[in-house]
Design a protein around this ligand. Sequence first.
Ligand code: KIV
Length: 275
Amino acid sequence: MANKSGALSVLKIAKMKEAGEKIAMVTAYDFPTAQMADAAGLDMILVGDSVGTVVQGRATTLGVTLDEMIYHSKMVAKGAKRALVVVDIPFPYCQLGPAEAVRACARVLLETEATAVKIEAGASRADTVRAVVEAGIPVLGHCGLAPQSIKATGGYIIQRDVDKLVADCLAIQDAGAFAIVLECVQSDLAEEISKKLRVPTVGIGSGAGCDGQVLVFHDLFNYTNKEPNETPKHARVYCDLHKLIDKGFREYVADVKSGAFPSAAESFAPKPVRS
Ligand code: KIV
């Protein structure tokens, strides 16, 4: 499937860095959310494998399948007219080598109207990123905290090895990524990397020195049932959907129980019976 005409291209995203315009990105997993994000001016929408934790209720993102990513990406891409839609490639397709990665990424572009894929990779998997780019598939890199490697790293580990992180980002840029997500990188380092790179960086928990920002929808709107002190440090809650929906549900239950819903106006009037 071709991506939609009028959508922001990877070239335009790259040019935003040159122009000094910040890139606004959010995750989405369904049609209505993508439609709203698109209409509100988000530049990029990520169908993140975070779908595993925030939508499917899993403890980690590791069990999310490619079929599930494609299912959600079809809906999101339909809702996005302008924003560039990027699809996360879940574990372990890009860990299995270039051929497997190209096959998985090509499936995403063939079966959805998304434009690009996101690959969690450092220098050791630069060959995989290069193979996907050479297959004509735009790649958003992902460096720093690596949720797909938690079993190897022992958890959600903040990368503090400055030389490794810089080398990872440069290798992924050189492999052809059009931009790179920096997850939970200390802000001074993220700023330094952003200045060093030709391509834009999109930070999450990496400070204001990045060329853009990405947040998970459910963190942005407190859609999961989190206490304020459980909101990730890097997230800002712009509107408390949990509170709003909880209030609405409780009022609905009360109205059904009391008979206040439905009213006559919310019901179909009996049809006059003709003899
Ligand atoms: O899956 C996801 O939502 C992500 C973001 C945290 C960037 O990778």
